[in-house]
Design a protein around this ligand. Structure first.
Ligand code: PMP
Length: 360
C-alpha cells in the first residue's frame, strides 16, 4: 500500500517523519516497557511528555511568559462556550462573522452575553474578509472574536482588526503554526489540533494570565473553567494523553526543521503553485477575493456541478483524495496544511492541468 496525497480539511495529513516515529514508539515507549497509550498520565514518563510538548509549543510560537498554554478536550466547539463564560465582565462581546464557524461562535456566546455582530461577509457567501477599517467596536466589550482562517470558505485575515484596546480572541484552528504571529496581540487563541498539529481530540488554548479568573457564572461546569485547567496544568482530569504525545512529536519536528519561519516559506511556496495555476485556468476558478486568500484551504470551482463531481472522482483514482468542497458550499477545496508536501501540490496541479485539457 502506498500513501495518497490527502487534502482533507481535518483531521488532516501529518508529517511522515512523525508518523514513523510514533510507529516506532507505539509498542514500547523508550525504557518504560509500555505504550504511551497505556501510561498513567501521572507517571514520570508522561509528565515529561506533556512538559516537553508545552515547552516546545511555547518556543515555536514565542509565547510570552504571561500566557498559559492548555491542552484541553472538546474541540474548538467547546471554546465557543468557554470563552464567553470565562471572559464575561460587562457581559457583551463583539464578533466579526466570516464563515460558519465564526457564526457558530457568535450563536453560542449569545446564550451567555450580548453578542454583537460588528461586521459580516455573509452577503457574498463569505468570499472575503470585511473591511477592518473603521469598525465600530464597543470599547466596553469584554472581547472581540474572530475566526482567523475560514476553513470552509478559504479566506484568512492578513491583518488584525484594531480593536482599540479591547481583548482579541482568535479561533486559529486551521492556521495555527502555519505562519509567525505575535501572540502578545491576542488575549486568547484557541485551536483544535486536528488540522495543523496532531490527531483530533486535543484543543490548544493560549490565554493571557490575567484572563484566568473566577468571573464565570456559578453554574459554569467545572470542565469549562480555565482556572481549574491552569491550576492543574491541563491535568484536572485525564487528558487526551496519546493526542498530546502526537502534538509533542509535531512540535519537535517543526523545531528541528526551521520552526514556523521555515514552515511559512514552505506554505507560501505551496499556495503560490496552486493559486498561480488557478489564476490562469480556463476551467477552475478560485472562489475568494485575492487579497484574502488562505494559505491553508484553497477553494475553487468549475461552475458546473457535474464537472466538479467528475473531477473529484478522477482525482481520487489518481491518489489525490478529499478534494470535495464542504457540503455547505460545494465545489472543491484543497487543504494544504503544514504537512502537505510541495510534491503533493505539484501532483494536484499536474492532474488539474491534464483534467482541464481533456474536459474543456
Ligand atoms: N473553527 C474552525 C476554524 C474549524 O475549521 C473547525 C472545524 N473544522 C471548528 C472551529 C470546529 O472544530 P471542532 O470540530 O474541533 O469543534
Amino acid at each position: 500500500m502506498k500513501r495518497v496525497y490527502n487534502f482533507s480539511a481535518g483531521p488532516a495529513v501529518l508529517p511522515e517523519a512523525v508518523l514513523k516515529k510514533a510507529a516506532e514508539e507505539l509498542y514500547i515507549y523508550q525504557d518504560t516497557g509500555m505504550s504511551v497509550m497505556e501510561m498513567s498520565h501521572r507517571s514520570k514518563a508522561y509528565l515529561q511528555i506533556i512538559t516537553d510538548a508545552e515547552a516546545n509549543l511555547r518556543k515555536l510560537m514565542n509565547v510570552p511568559d504571561n500566557y498559559k498554554i492548555l491542552f484541553l478536550q472538546g474541540g474548538a466547539h467547546t471554546q465557543f462556550s468557554m470563552v464567553p463564560l470565562n471572559l464575561m465582565k460587562n457581559k457583551k462581546a463583539d464578533f466579526i462573522t466570516t464563515g460558519s464557524w465564526a457564526k457558530k461562535a457568535l450563536k453560542e456566546a449569545k446564550k451567555y452575553l450580548k453578542a454583537n455582530e460588528v461586521a459580516s461577509s455573509e452577503d457574498k457567501m463569505f468570499s472575503y474578509i470585511p473591511d477592518l477599517k473603521n469598525l465600530n467596536f464597543d470599547p466596553e466589550a469584554d472581547y472581540v472574536h474572530i475566526c482567523e482562517n475560514n476553513t470552509i470558505y478559504g479566506t484568512k485575515y492578513h491583518e488584525l482588526p484594531d480593536t482599540k484596546g479591547v481583548d482579541l480572541v482568535s479561533d486559529m484552528s486551521s492556521c495555527i503554526l502555519s505562519e509567525p504571529i505575535d501572540v502578545s496581540k491576542y488575549a486568547l487563541i484557541y485551536a483544535g489540533a486536528q488540522k495543523n498539529i496532531g490527531p483530533a481530540g486535543t484543543t490548544i488554548v493560549i490565554i493571557r494570565e490575567d484572563l484566568v479568573t473566577k468571573n464565570y457564572p456559578e453554574y459554569t461546569p467545572l470542565m469549562l473553567q480555565y482556572d481549574i485547567h491552569v491550576e492543574k496544568e491541563s491535568m484536572y482530569n485525564t487528558p487526551p494523553t496519546y493526542g498530546i504525545y502526537m502534538c509533542g512529536l509535531v512540535f519537535k519536528h517543526l523545531l528541528e526543521n526551521g520552526g514556523i519561519e521555515a514552515m511559512y516559506e514552505h506554505n507560501k511556496k505551496k499556495a503560490a503553485i496552486l493559486y498561480d495555476y488557478l489564476d490562469q485556468s480556463k476551467m477552475f476558478k478560485p472562489t475568494v477575493v485575492k487579497k484574502d486568500r488562505s494559505l491553508m484551504n484553497v477553494t475553487f470551482n468549475t461552475g458546473n456541478d457535474e464537472l466538479n463531481k467528475k473531477f473529484v472522482v478522477e482525482a481520487e483514482k489518481n491518489d489525490l483524495v478529499n478534494l470535495k468542497g464542504h457540503r455547505s458550499v460545494g465545489g472543491m477545496r484543497a487543504s494544504i496544511y503544514n504537512a502537505m508536501s510541495i510534491e503533493g501540490v505539484e501532483a494536484l496541479v499536474n492532474f488539474m492541468r491534464k483534467f482541464e485539457s481533456e474536459n474543456l
